[in-house]
Structures are given as C-alpha cells and as structure tokens.
Write a protein that binds this ligand. Sequence first.
Ligand code: GLN
Length: 217
Amino acid sequence: GLKIGVLALQGDVREHLKALADCGATAVSVRRPSELAAVDGLIIPGGESTTMDKLSRIFGLREPLRERIQAGLPVYGSCAGMILLANEIADPATDLAGNPQQTLGGLDITVRRNAFGRQVDSFETELDFTALAPAVQAETPMHAVFIRAPWVERVGAGVQVLASVKLPEAGQNDRIDFEVRAVAVRSRHLLATSFHPEVTGERRIHELFIRMIRGEA
Ligand code: GLN
C-alpha cells in the first residue's frame, strides 16, 4: 500500500498524520533522508517556514527534498508548507546576517507571507471548491482556517487555481472593489493551500492528495 510522509521538522505534524489516517492511508513522520526515500508522497505542514528552512539544512534534508520534488514526488504543503513549495517569496524574512529565507521550490508561484495583515492575522471563511469536482465531493463549501497565512500573488503557466478568497478593498468614489487572491493551487504533482484543512476535520484536501498520489486525480 501507499506510504505517505509528513515532514516532521516543526509545525502541525500530528494533525496531518491524523488526517491521513482518517482517510485510510499509512502515514509516517519524515525527519531523515532514509525516511524520505521510503515514502510515495509527502506533506509539508503548517508552522513557521523560516524555522523549517533552517532545520531542513541541519537535518541534511534540503537537497534530498529538492531532488525528490524535482523528480515528481507528490507533495502537499499547507500554509508554511505552501511557502516552502513556492519558487518565489515576495517578502522573504532575513536572518541576523541578512540572508533571505530559502524555499525548496517546485511550484511556479509567488507567495506573500502573513499576507492578510496584522489586524486579521487569523480568520475563518467558507471556500467554494467546485473546481475540485468530480475528484472529491465539492458541493458543500469548505470551512477554511487561515493562521498568519500567505496568499498567492502570481501563478505561472500550468498552475491551476483551485480556490480563492475575495477581499474588500476601498475602490474609487467610495465604491468597494473586490480583490481576488488564490489560496489553493495545484501544478501536476504539487498541491498547496494557504489554509489548514488538517485542523478542522475537513478531509477533502487530503483525499484529493491521496488520489493525486494514486494517479487518480
Ligand atoms: N506565517 C508562517 C510562515 O511564514 C505560516 C503560518 C502557518 O503555517 N500557519 O511560515
């Protein structure tokens, strides 16, 4: 059967292991290159992307991760995991020596970290996911939790937007305009969400990911 890893350097690893188990998948933590080599798919959890970036080097996982992603390993990143999969960060954090944080890359998107602003750094909303049908049941909207979440500012060719949020913006002449920001994207074997389906009992994103690994979606 399939074995799906959850990158266990930092972040909400347990919630993803539980979500995978709820979907009937065999789920394991991945902390070493040998553990990475043994999985058919990988989840990069939510947490703090700068910490995961640093720990991936310390644990000797950065190059093995980049190689497997480039070789086609199915990977799903939630929140900080989305940042790590992005080819580009609009506003990377820098360390004390002034070095910008790095990503693993693979997904041709530009993300902005903590994008929804300090006032509303965490919020919940319902997302229309009809783009997911028929791979998963998509008639019921998805309740999505955003925690200091990134949004996707640019999508490259071949990146499919699966869900977006509408943000009210002050328009001209007191009009309210709406800006649309992508919060779930897919490109071939790579899937990323700004939000955390693993914390709400929502299982459709994990189901979709398992189908991607099986080559069914
Ligand atoms: N703001 C975090 C980061 O930049 C992501 C937050 C999260 O994963 N909930 O890594």
